[in-house]
Design a protein around this ligand. Structure first.
Ligand SMILES: [Zn+2]
Length: 200
């Protein structure tokens, strides 16, 4: 049996986190056509875990345990994906949780959210894929004069390739390759492709 994805243990909780994903269909194995049009042997959707408040709270508490020592005073997340888990990490740490969102393509604080000079900020996301939105969120905090003490996510999809300049912790690392349809080995093997979420 071909191993279609690999999950590396980044903590003793990685297996239980991924089990939680599998139980709610948030981590599927097969042959999928992603929204991007690319094909993948796996599908990961954090929102399907986070829609269950008890699961979201548990993920937040687990992240909080790992980052408590960083001494963060504020959680900052990028909208939309980071909002729910950011709120739960903030709850577990007993600190404020705010989010940055895009306006005219630029990530920024809106809605009256503020960071004071010297605030110790923890950036929280659901999934880090390339690290790009995490870096942008870090930049938002620094532009406000805050100090970013670390970053955290439920899942690291970067294959360990993210290049953040702050301490970073993920509950689990998942490597899911993607392929253009014309060079997809699963297509070449004749395996039917499905859209994630469709019942098969
Ligand atoms: Zn394919």
């Amino acid at each position: 049996m071909q191993k279609v994805y690999s999950a590396q243990m980044s903590s003793v909780t990685a297996d239980s986190v991924l089990d939680r994903f599998r139980q709610v269909g948030a981590l599927l194995e097969g042959h999928f056509r992603l929204t991007s049009g690319l094909h993948s042997p796996g599908y990961l959707q954090c929102a399907l875990v986070l829609q269950h408040p008890a699961q979201a709270e548990a993920c937040g508490a687990e992240i909080a345990e790992h980052v408590r020592g960083l001494g963060a005073q504020v959680v900052l997340s990028p909208a939309l994906g980071g909002i729910v888990i950011g709120q739960e990490v903030g709850r577990a740490l007993g600190i404020r949780a705010i989010f940055a969102e895009r306006q005219d393509g630029m990530l920024m604080l809106r809605r009256g959210f503020t960071l004071a000079s010297g605030d110790q900020v923890l950036v929280v996301e659901d999934v880090v894929t390339t690290g790009k939105s995490t870096r942008e969120t870090i930049d938002v905090a620094r532009a406000a004069g805050a100090q970013v003490v670390g970053a955290a996510s439920i899942i690291d999809r970067s294959g360990g390739q993210q290049t953040l300049d702050v301490p970073y912790h993920a509950l689990a690392t998942v490597v899911l390759p993607t392929y253009p349809p014309e060079s997809c080995p699963l297509c070449a093997a004749g395996q039917p492709v499905v859209k994630p979420g469709s019942r098969v």
